[in-house]
Design a protein around this ligand. Structure first.
Ligand code: AMP
Length: 427
């Protein structure tokens, strides 16, 4: 006899995860805290498509970056367009800002977003192929260091509100069009004689993106970083004053920071301020990061527009909350539980649930269970205060039993008085 082939159970693609209901409670906590913080600091929510034209990212994130070179998921459409699953959020927000002429509404605007991002990385703890970001952006107006400070402070407060401890903020300046080229040349001159001893990636960086030599995590490149020329000495006066002001704001607001002259970021569009948040003593990865990107709008064909922003990785925040022992609020139990006995009662129960919904009373059930005992056990597990019991007899008499689950006292009441009686007992 031919045995029917059993289909294998499919799994999520590598580096991508389901967020099951229990896990989702952590995400809700992060989302609620984000909504509160962004509302307070005046950021408006914005949503953009998950797919964008691939060129949006090659032009802004940078043709030579790992994200564009190695990690972007691209899709060729039937009509021949090349789209990409967004690897980050900032470029899309700027695209939307230009496409809809949002600058006309107000010279300076603040936006926040949340959603999945995609990077074809080597999956490991804290590094996924589909991950989620929460980002904040301040677009337009003037390049005032006050806005750099406000993005940083809003992000810092969000971590505090989520009860994340030992927050470390690292800040640096990566200069501007005026001072960066000379610093890059200086870095190249410093590394030139050691190229053979550096990793393959660094040899590539040396040519295409020398700032990122400072970002290498490879063991064999570490000794050379220590004595690399310091950008602080080479910043032009505008960048130097800007950095000083951001740091003064941090001092004034009481936000501790580490000035880290080796902090450069994996995206090309940054200028002046860059920053990252860590939870010290936890994992080595950054919880979030960001910076100023005054040239990005021009890369997209817009006018020169000052802008600054940052983003958190939600998975990393949730992981840190768990490992630091942050607690979740207790679930609020549904107070009323409906219990049926027999098929007729099961049918009637659905109608009663609707009546209660109409009366604004939240109710839960275990209609899939038939035994009275199993249903009462489920009511107890839920922590309900009242069970409404409906059997054949009650249906014929037009009644329902209201049982107090604390003292097990019960009373049969006419169904038309049910809502009134429940409300009285729940008071
Ligand atoms: P970035 O867009 O690279 O500046 O990243 C901002 C934040 O997003 C990081 O600090 C992480 O928290 C998070 N993130 C970036 N890439 C990943 C990834 N592959 N997996 C999980 N989180 C990520």
């Amino acid at each position: 006899m031919n045995k029917e082939k059993k289909e294998e159970i499919l799994k999520t693609p590598k580096g991508m995860h389901d967020i099951l209901p229990e896990e989702g409670r952590w995400w809700d906590k992060v989302r609620k805290a984000t909504e509160k913080v962004t509302e307070f600091y005046g950021f408006q929510k914005i949503e953009t498509p998950i797919l964008e034209q691939a060129v949006l990212f090659s032009r802004t994130v940078g043709e030579d970056t790992d994200i564009v070179q190695k990690e972007m998921y691209t899709v060729k459409t039937k009509s021949g367009d090349t789209l990409a699953l967004r690897p980050e959020g900032t470029a899309s927000i700027c695209r939307a800002y230009l496409e809809h002429s949002l600058s006309k509404a107000a010279p300076m605007q603040k936006f926040w977003y949340e959603g999945p991002m995609f990077r074809y990385e080597n999956p490991q703890a804290g590094r996924l192929r589909q991950f989620h970001q929460i980002g904040l952006e301040v677009l337009g107006g003037v390049a005032d260091p006050m806005y750099d400070a406000q993005v940083i402070i809003a992000m810092y407060r969000l971590l505090e509100d989520l009860r994340i401890k030992n927050i470390t903020l690292r800040i640096n300046s990566i200069g501007c069009k005026v001072c960066r080229p000379a610093y890059k040349r200086q870095l190249q001159a410093y590394y030139k004689n050691n190229l053979k001893k550096l990793c393959g990636d660094c040899n590539k960086r040396y040519k295409d993106n020398p700032l990122r030599l400072l970002d290498c995590k490879n063991e064999k490149c570490q000794p050379y970083k220590e004595d690399a020329p310091n950008f602080f000495d080479k910043l032009c006066s505008s960048c130097s004053t800007h950095l000083k002001s951001v740091l003064e704001y941090m001092d004034e607001l009481g936000v501790p920071y580490i000035l880290d002259n080796q902090l450069v970021r994996g995206l090309d569009y940054y200028s002046k301020t860059v920053f990252e948040f860590y939870a010290e003593g936890e994992n080595s990865w950054a919880l979030g990061g960001g910076g100023r990107y005054d040239y990005l709008m021009e890369m997209l064909g817009g006018k020169a527009t000052p802008a600054v922003g940052g983003a958190f990785g939600v998975e990393r925040i949730v992981e840190t909350m768990k490992s630091q022992g942050v607690s979740l609020p207790e679930r609020t139990p549904k107070k009323v539980f409906i219990v049926h006995v027999g098929d007729l009662a099961k049918k009637k129960a659905l109608k009663i649930i609707e009546e209660l919904r109409h009366a604004g009373i939240s109710v839960t059930e275990a209609l899939s269970k038939d035994s009275l005992k199993a249903q009462l056990k489920a009511a107890d597990k839920e922590g309900a205060a009242i069970a409404l019991i409906l059997g054949q007899k009650e249906i014929f008499e037009g009644n329902i039993i209201i049982r107090d689950l604390k003292n097990s006292l019960q009373e049969s009441v006419p169904t038309e008085r049910m809502v009134e009686e429940i409300k009285k007992r729940l008071k």
